[in-house]
Design a protein around this ligand. Structure first.
Ligand code: PLP
Length: 440
């Protein structure tokens, strides 16, 4: 047999092979996500027996350096420091930020009065031994969400991660929207979970594609019922019942609804309520971030009794609970009459700004989507060129690459704070047609 000379891994023993893979990860010869060369190749290149190399690979798996196994190809695990693989570039000085994806600060309530109420009712700091979920806050969520079982987490993404951790193991596949939320994709990779892309339209995930992902073994699905990031998709009644029927045929699959915009978007019933008895493992992550402020870091996690108990039990064993100072602040904010008015104003303002941006783009001949939420998605042939052209015109927008797995290129424009969409629409149209832009 000829000995391959291009094998990147070198070593005269199993220990040396293990050490060389770790060295290659440190010096960049190998990157997280790279496949490991086959056992046969490494054995032949280093004149070792396949059994020795297989033992070295097993040791790498034990150390959390590689993922996969059984019938799957081994790949190098994500960087344990958790640094985002592709960080979004910062906006150029002076440019209009249409890339952040966050809410308009002027549509968030003033936290001062709620914090003062918390200070007044808490002459002394709380201690151990209190109920994990503040009874008043639990009652508010139960009444407004119409659910029985719930716990809390530090935001919708934390709730999603905790629900996944309750049921899945590294190597498991998770069906996700494509394009979808980059922080979720990053989190899945860190957890050793394998994202399976499911395309979507303005009304949510494609049911046939989702059925295919489940048939191929996805153990969980994460979907965004409204304000899908980046496309602004929102489930309508038809899609909800079709998806519920698809999911109902796979009762072992965990269904997570990331309702990060829930508080602004208003009433909703989770898919489990549409498919009673069919969807048995589910979690509805209902965040207050977009309505009350992302820094509150609080979401309700409603779900089936076992999922809620697993997540709550794990939280109790680690951080213990979500700070009662936060819980009481959120409770007072939710109960303040001014908050209801502001949430209603936020909902109509975001709808108006999104619709105005889509209309301005359409008037310039650029198709774009966004049925709900803060963002508009515009398909473009060349994301880098489009973002660069807009940056030169003074607008910072998000290139679609961080959001995509198998879907086509696009850019995300956050409409949350944009009152005058004409100039950015004109700049994008000018880039598409190659006409010099007038500035703006
Ligand atoms: C789809 C999606 N999920 C979750 C989040 C984060 O929500 P939270 O602050 O509640 O973790 C965001 C933030 O933009 C998002 O777009």
């Amino acid at each position: 047999m000829s000995v391959p000379s291009d094998c990147i891994i070198r070593g005269s023993s199993g220990e040396a092979i293990t050490a060389d893979v770790e060295a290659a990860l440190r010096d960049g010869r190998l990157q997280p996500g790279d496949p490991l060369p086959s056992i046969r190749l490494v054995a032949a290149a280093n004149s070792l027996s396949p059994t020795t190399v297989a033992a070295a690979y097993r040791e790498l798996r034990r150390r959390g350096r590689v993922l996969g196994g059984a019938r799957r190809r081994l790949t190098l695990a994500p960087n344990p420091t958790g640094a985002a693989p592709v960080a979004a570039p910062p906006p150029a000085a002076g440019s209009v930020d249409l890339a952040s994806g966050g809410p308009d600060p002027s549509l968030l309530p003033d936290h001062g009065p709620a914090l003062a109420q918390v200070a007044a009712e808490r002459a002394r700091p709380g201690g151990y031994g209190q109920p994990a979920v503040d009874p008043d806050l639990a009652a508010w969520f139960r009444a407004h969400l119409g659910v029985e079982h719930l716990t809390l987490a530090s935001g919708a993404l934390d709730a999603t991660e905790r629900a996944l951790a309750a049921w899945l193991r590294p190597g498991d596949a998770v069906a996700v929207e494509d394009p979808g939320y980059p922080d979720l994709l990053h989190l899945l990779r860190l957890a050793g979970l394998v994202p399976v892309p499911v395309p979507l339209d303005g009304h949510g995930p494609d049911p046939t594609a989702l059925a295919g992902a489940l048939k191929r073994g996805a153990r969980a699905v994460v979907l965004t019922p409204r304000a899908q990031n980046p496309t602004g998709a929102a489930l309508d009644d038809d899609r909800r019942s079709t998806l519920a029927a698809v999911l109902g045929a796979h009762p072992d699959v965990l269904v997570i609804e990331d309702d990060h915009f829930g508080l602004v978007a208003g009433r909703y019933q989770p898919l489990a309520a549409v498919a009673p008895g069919g969807i048995t493992r589910w979690a509805w992550a209902y965040s207050v971030s977009k309505g009350l402020g992302p820094d509150l870091r609080l979401a309700a996690l409603a779900g089936d009794p076992e999922t809620v108990a697993r997540v709550g039990g794990r939280l109790a064993a680690g951080p213990g609970w979500v700070s009662h100072l936060l819980q009481r602040s959120v409770f007072h904010l939710l109960c303040a009459p001014a908050t209801d008015r502001l949430l209603a104003q936020a909902a109509t303002t975001y709808d108006r700004r999104r619709a105005a941006l889509i209309a301005a783009l359409a008037a310039e001949g650029v198709a774009a989507h966004g049925n709900s939420g803060l963002n508009v998605w515009a398909p473009v042939a060349d994301e880098a060129a489009a973002t660069m052209a807009l940056s030169h015109a003074g607008y910072h927008v998000a290139a679609g690459t961080r959001f995509r797995l198998a879907s086509l290129p696009g850019i995300r424009l956050t409409a949350a704070r944009l009152d005058d969409p004409g100039p950015v629409a004109a700049a994008l149209a000018a880039w598409r047609t190659g006409t010099p832009h007038r500035g703006g």
